[in-house]
Design a binder for this molecule. Structure first.
Ligand code: FAD
Length: 441
């Protein structure tokens, strides 16, 4: 009987039939016609309370899609547009560079988000209209939504460095955005002769991941020490000092890498000669290397500029920290590295993930007509490997108070360890697994 009825009914009614049968209903057809209130509930179709289009599917964009889906219980239509087909993680990419992890380890798919009902598209957004709340993509797709959230990460200002043209960019790599440059730079390091010099240049702060270049220098020095003992890392810093975990990095370098890592502060790269392998400082000093790794000055990604969301120094997008909406266009949200950082807030994956939770709560409260929250606390923890097994970390807790109107670090909350350890290395691997799951799972 059940089988015959099934053949003639829509999927939805099928569900009713099966439900009635499972509940021991005596009359399947009667169950279809007039359901008691409790059963009606079971057959109710999902409401659609609003729509969100997310530009960029990195740490902030992917986490936002996941949390919108969880908090709204599927009642928001979510479109996530990311240029690349894969989610390439910058966290842990320095381990790939030093040859301790595979590229697959940091490459992830969006399949779990798709299973959650998120419409994931691989396309490039070329226009965001913040007034009409619309988005246009390179392949000609057009979207209008109740909420647009811009999560595009950073762009790199090659034009700030003389000679850093398209030809130079083929050999002088940055590997500062997830993806193929990580593999390419790894290849260059693995084919470097013993005795070769690896030059890294750090841009002026603020830049993505303050401890990232120091971690990179430590891991490559560790790789050299093991496999190319005559090779050397030279770290040229535009800034006057180490930007994060200073005493911890200094202590490790002094004990482990004294012979193959040199740190030079106050050297901003003004020019590059890719053919001769030379970097020129702002003072005209020359630094020669066999592999050049220049990280140009950072700013929020191009699409944030196009969307007129950049408010600070032609670089960053200031936001209302209560909701993560743009100060210039309330109703358009900006998350992650593209934001003008609050006091002592790093541009990190952990922070980007936390931004997404603030925005998700605000959007869901708004669409569900609930009271918006006014205070919150968020946290940042950032591990850095100093060899393939040991790590150090820094953590900080931040508080938003409506009366203060911005996010501030809480004095005394957080800290750093006394030194690196293998236990912290294990925690760092766990941290990565957790944040990938929390963003994409
Ligand atoms: C070497 C290195 C190590 C790091 N280690 C750590 C760490 O250990 N811990 C930590 O917390 N942070 C770390 N970070 C920092 C972290 O990677 C960034 O802070 C984080 O990725 C920022 O997230 P986001 O969402 O703002 O940007 P992203 O994660 O870069 O995502 C932006 C996405 O938007 C896409 N996009 C951009 N423009 C468009 C467009 N127009 N259309 C469609 N898609 C677009 C991009 O392709 C990208 O996929 C590290 C960074 C580096 C470089």
């Amino acid at each position: 009987m059940l089988k015959i009825i099934k053949t003639y009914m829509s999927n939805r009614r099928n569900f009713i039939v099966r439900t009635s049968a499972l509940m021991g209903s005596t009359s399947i057809l009667a169950g279809c016609a007039v359901l008691p209130p409790s059963k009606k509930k079971l057959t109710r179709e999902k409401k659609n309370i609003g729509s969100v289009v997310i530009v960029g599917g990195g740490f902030s964009g992917a986490s936002l899609a996941r949390y919108l889906s969880i908090l709204s219980q599927g009642e928001i239509s979510i479109t996530l547009i990311n240029r690349e087909k894969f989610f390439y993680s910058c966290p842990m990419s320095n381990l790939v560079l030093a040859g301790y992890k595979s590229f697959e380890y940091i490459s992830h798919e969006f399949t779990s988000l798709v299973k959650r009902g998120v419409n994931v598209l691989h396309d490039e957004v070329i226009e965001v209209d913040p007034l009409k709340k619309s988005v246009r993509t390179k392949t000609g797709m057009f979207f209008k939504a109740d909420n647009i959230v811009v999560c595009p990460g950073i762009d790199l200002d090659f034009a700030a460095i003389d000679g850093f043209d398209a030809v130079a960019q083929r050999t002088v790599l940055h590997a500062w955005r997830g993806g193929m440059q990580t593999i390419a730079l790894r290849r260059r390091l693995s084919t470097l002769h013993d005795g070769g010099v690896f030059l890294i240049s750090i841009p002026p702060a603020p830049y993505r991941c303050p401890p990232g270049p120091y971690e990179r220098a430590s891991l490559v020095a560790n790789y050299f020490k093991k496999y190319k003992p005559k090779s050397k890392v030279i770290l040229l810093d535009s800034n006057p000092d180490i930007q994060s975990k200073k005493t911890l990095f200094q202590s490790v370098w002094e004990r482990k890498y004294r012979n193959n890592l040199e740190y030079v502060p106050n050297i901003e790269i003004a020019g590059v000669d890719s053919k001769r392998g030379i970097l020129f400082s702002q003072f005209g000093d020359n630094f020669r290397g066999d592999v050049l790794n220049v990280i140009p000055p950072n700013s929020s990604s191009r699409i944030a500029h196009q969307a007129d969301l950049v408010t600070d120094n032609d670089k960053w997008c200031d936001v209302n920290w209560r909701s993560m909406e743009s100060v210039r266009y309330p109703g358009i949200y900006v998350l992650g590295d593209a934001t003008l950082s609050a006091e002592k807030m790093p541009k990190s994956a952990h922070m980007a993930n936390q931004h997404s939770k603030v925005a998700a709560l605000d959007i869901v409260s708004k669409l569900k007509g609930r009271k918006k929250f006014s205070n919150y606390k968020i946290v940042n923890t950032c591990y850095s490997f100093v060899d393939e097994k040991s790590a150090i970390f820094v953590s900080k807790v931040y508080s938003f108070d409506l009366k203060v109107g911005t996010v501030k670090p809480i004095e005394g909350a957080g800290g750093v360890p006394s030194q690196e350890s293998v236990i912290l290395g294990k925690q760092a691997y766990d941290w990565a697994e957790n944040i990938w799951l929390d963003s994409l799972g």
